[in-house]
Ligand binder design. Structure first.
Ligand code: ADP
Length: 480
């Protein structure tokens, strides 16, 4: 099949979260399975320096935006056979310090930046000589692409246009802008009404995708069910329930070429399911790296996250307050909300022998935390899929998760199946429930036989991309 993926972030070129991992890995997996794949993404600051193989194509983009026109260049890279990454080079929009916001504030022109980007995606979909059959867009940043394609096929002579698929990676981010932003689309009013892109008088980019995409997916089966309820629907549950083809939950896969413990440039010591000795040495190295006392017998807990309310930071801090009175260590790598950053840093000052906190974004350290910790804490309020719990499983680090979204779909608790148990789950979104789960972890830690049982089960789980690729192809082919 000929597939064009569109995303505002793609690993290894740009990343703020799981979306980037998913698109990078899905593109690679499609190409490996013999499909022809393109990925369109913005050329952010620093990418050209890190990937000198990128070249400028002889293709100039010149598109209308409200009452004026904007130009961009098209750059490309072919990291693998059958896979081309198309970069939209538009310094005015993308040569910035960050992807979406700076100093805690969204860029004021995000609607303009991503509507222009969406127009570039539709333009490439239409004029690429290899004529993609399917355009797969992701989240609000490319949510308007299906409407643009639909309009061009209805009114602007685009015969036999490609089908469209939208994946929702997080329903909480919808790209809502003042009504005036709709003019940037140069579409007639036909798409701006309560059954279309309008949301209480404003433009809602994600809603436009939900309404106009042929197929709709999200990143885990449980999240697919949750978002059609009022509790998790973020105001769009009604729109989701109305769709003819219901939203399908397809679990993200893990790129095990990158996330493994046997061949990994970020780790000092390699290990595997049959020989876990290297995990213990990674733990000591991690304690040293972060300035904690190097103690092999103290249970070490870790979290790597965006510091946002969604991730359950409040209840994590509450549970740690209680549990840090006991023998344990905790490491946090996170970036985001400054209030949380400061609160965790204060905790590290109060418990210098027990808590280490690193703020900022550090891919290498994230691998070392996954490898060196005994337990991984992920207490999200909601979690569309979640990747770190899956990485933890492969790294022999037992995940402690709340029963929501993809966390519930990927971890097995002993109460569900003691023989296949891979982690610890808790239900209530409270510090008390999480503290209880941490106490259970400490019991497991005190029983080496049980600890190995969990680690082996976890390391044997397989979330590789073959299954995900098959599920997406099936979803694409559902379109009549
Ligand atoms: P989300 O997309 O909601 O942030 P996911 O669990 O789906 O959550 O994906 C998060 C991804 O971002 C994981 O690969 C995780 O390791 C990575 N990540 C998050 N914060 C950091 C950080 N501060 N440093 C390095 N990697 C991070």
């Amino acid at each position: 099949m000929k597939i064009l993926l569109a995303s505002s972030e793609v690993h290894p070129y740009s990343k703020t979260g799981g979306l980037a991992d998913m698109i990078g890995a899905l593109g690679k997996a499609f190409a490996q399975a013999g499909h022809q794949v393109g990925i369109v993404t913005p050329l952010y600051r620093g990418i050209v320096e890190r990937f000198p193989g990128i070249r400028r194509l002889n293709w100039r983009i010149d598109l209308p935006l409200a009452t004026w026109r904007e130009q961009a260049e098209l750059w490309a890279l072919e990291p693998a056979r059958g896979l081309t990454i198309y970069f939209i080079h538009k310094p005015k929009y993308f040569d910035r310090g960050s992807l979406y916001h700076e100093h805690g504030k969204d860029y004021h022109d995000n609607s303009e930046r991503f509507i222009f980007f969406s127009k570039c995606v539709a333009h490439l979909a239409r004029y690429q000589p290899w004529r993609p059959e399917l355009i797969h867009v992701n989240d609000w940043q490319t949510g308007l692409v299906p409407a643009l394609i639909l309009h061009q096929s209805r009114k602007e002579g685009w015969g036999n246009p490609p089908r469209t698929c939208l994946t929702i990676h997080n329903l909480a981010y919808q790209g809502i802008f003042p009504r005036s932003a709709y003019a940037l689309l140069n579409l007639p009013g036909d798409y701006f009404h309560p059954e279309g892109a309008e949301y209480f008088g404003k433009l809602n980019c994600l809603k436009a995708g939900i309404v106009y995409a042929d197929v709709l997916t999200t990143v885990s089966p449980r999240y697919a069910r949750e978002i059609t309820t009022e509790e998790f629907g973020c105001g769009l549950d009604g729109v989701l329930r109305k769709r003819k083809l219901p939203v399908q939950g397809i679990l993200n896969g893990v790129d095990y070429d990158e996330w493994n413990t046997s061949e990994n440039p970020h780790l000092k010591h390699m290990y595997s399911i049959n020989d876990l000795a290297g995990k213990a040495t990674n733990k000591l190295a991690l304690q040293e790296e972060l300035g904690l006392p190097a103690k092999p017998d103290v249970p070490l807990f870790g979290t790597i996250t965006r510091l946002a309310e969604q991730k359950g930071m409040e209840i994590e801090m509450g549970a740690l307050e209680e549990m840090l009175q006991t023998d344990m260590q905790f490491i946090l790598l996170g970036s985001g909300d400054h209030g949380y950053e400061r609160a965790f840093q204060k905790m590290a000052v109060r418990f210098p022998d027990k808590v280490a906190v690193r703020t900022g974004y550090d891919q290498g350290l994230s691998h070392r935390i996954e490898a060196g910790c005994d337990f991984y804490i992920m207490p999200s309020k909601f979690e569309p899929c979640g990747l770190n719990q899956m990485y933890s499983l492969r790294y022999g680090t037992i995940p402690i998760v709340r029963t929501t979204g993809g966390l519930d779909d990927t971890v097995v608790d002993a109460t569900e199946d003691p023989l296949r148990a891979t982690g610890i789950k808790f239900v209530e979104f409270t510090s008390t429930a999480l503290a209880k789960a941490i106490r259970k972890a400490k019991v497991i830690y005190g029983n080496p036989h049980l600890l190995r049982h969990y680690q082996r089960n976890g390391m044997a789980t397989d979330f590789s991309w073959d299954r995900t690729v098959t599920a997406y192809l099936k979803a694409y082919r559902q379109i009549d």
